[in-house]
Design a protein around this ligand. Structure first.
Ligand SMILES: Cc1ncc(COP(=O)(O)O)c(C=O)c1O
Length: 367
């Protein structure tokens, strides 16, 4: 028996006919960089999330880079964020010459709003909230702080397409929302892709230019730019897959319910989904003792798991070298030793999730 953590080949087999015809159509059109599909994708996302603009980019990482850049983050500025994220959310801050100021998290792994105010200084240029696992941060508490100090919020919503908080979508709370369409995301391309949302005409215009060498037209460069465009082919695939997103989220939420029902809470802490939240379960992360032993045990039973993320960013060699000083990140550090990501992809059968639950419970009862 093998229960895979992800199943991209199954997705391909299911979509093969359609994907091959999409690829054929785009290749025949000769339009590879920019094009109709990109524009269609931007319109669809803006309409789904109810934002004025969506700008298609080549990755979630570049969405964050261009987002911070457009907020004016430059050398020696500070950006408040969390350390238990994917490395990209901090790397983009460092690449802009700014300094990440890490704030500890709550039990549910999202930023602790009670600690944000203390981290604000005159140099704070942005607050980057990370909607980790597809759970939106506690925006009711974060927005008033940002307003009080007039600091823009940028949302790392890489893992949170379709997630809602009080019925409002991820990527629509701050000045800018940043999304990834990496193959492992719920809305996934056939390689790297990302996009950004905003209601600001000024930001949208700037990012549209800088994603394309800074060209305002073929011969005019107002600002030096990057090459951060989404390919027309990836946009075509995303336009097709967007039709399935609701179903994918529904299936993942159904899988989560099976876990909630069957995992023994005596051994496993599952951060609950509050009434405000509509989580999309990009990942299903639980907290346990003896995590590494459990991981090994599950592997011996053919169950593939992952850890998001075993080393908090502030403890990564790349960052330690920079010799920044940090406030207490106790919870982040403790959680990094307890978290384990169980499979939740939309291709799993109910019986497979029940087996995972059985094996997790069995490990704590008998080993
Ligand atoms: C929280 C978070 N931020 C940023 C990124 C970067 O996105 P991408 O891989 O599309 O560059 C990811 C993707 O893995 C992510 O999970």
């Amino acid at each position: 028996m093998k229960i895979p953590y992800v199943n991209l080949s199954k997705q391909y087999l299911k979509e093969k006919q359609k994907l091959l015809s999409i690829i054929d159509k785009v290749l025949k059109s000769g339009q590879y960089v920019g094009g109709d599909e990109v524009e269609r994708f931007e319109k669809k996302i803006a309409s789904l999330l109810k934002t004025k603009y969506c700008i298609a980019l080549n990755s979630g990482t570049d969405a964050l880079t261009l987002g911070l850049h457009s907020l004016g983050v430059r050398k020696n500025d500070e950006v408040i964020t969390t350390s238990n994220s994917f490395i990209a959310s901090t790397a983009v801050i460092v690449h802009l010459g700014a300094k990440p100021i890490f704030v500890d998290v709550k039990e549910d792994q999202t930023i602790n709003p009670a600690l944000i105010e203390k981290a604000i200084t005159k140099k704070t240029k942005a607050i980057m909230v990370v909607h980790l696992t597809g759970r939106i941060c506690d925006m009711d508490k974060i927005i008033p702080i940002a307003k009080k100090y007039n600091i823009p919020i940028i949302e790392d919503a890489a893992q949170a397409i379709g997630s809602r908080y009080k019925n409002k979508y991820a990527g629509t709370f701050g000045k800018i929302g940043c999304f990834s369409a990496h193959p492992l995301k719920n809305l996934n391309a056939l390689g790297d892709s990302g996009y950004l949302t905003t209601n600001s005409t000024k930001i949208a215009k700037l990012i549209k230019d800088v994603r394309n060498h800074g060209m305002t037209n073929r011969n005019r460069i107002k600002n030096f730019g990057y090459v951060s465009r989404m390919d027309n082919l990836q946009a075509a695939v995303l336009n097709f897959r967007l039709k399935n997103l609701k179903l994918i989220i529904k299936k993942r939420r159904k899988n989560a319910v099976i876990y909630f029902k069957n995992l023994n809470k005596k051994y496993v802490f599952i951060p609950p989904e509050t009434k405000k939240e509509f989580n999309t379960y990009h990942t299903f992360v639980v907290q346990v003792s003896k995590r590494d032993k459990l991981k090994k045990y599950l592997k011996s039973k053919g169950i593939e798991t992952s850890i998001h993320y075993p080393i908090p960013i502030h403890l990564q060699p790349a960052l330690k070298k920079l010799k920044y000083r940090y406030s207490n990140l106790n919870k982040t550090e403790k959680q990094s030793k307890k978290i384990i990501t169980l499979p939740i992809n939309q291709f799993l059968k109910k019986s497979e999730i029940q087996t995972i639950c059985y094996e997790v419970n069995n490990f704590y009862e008998n080993f």
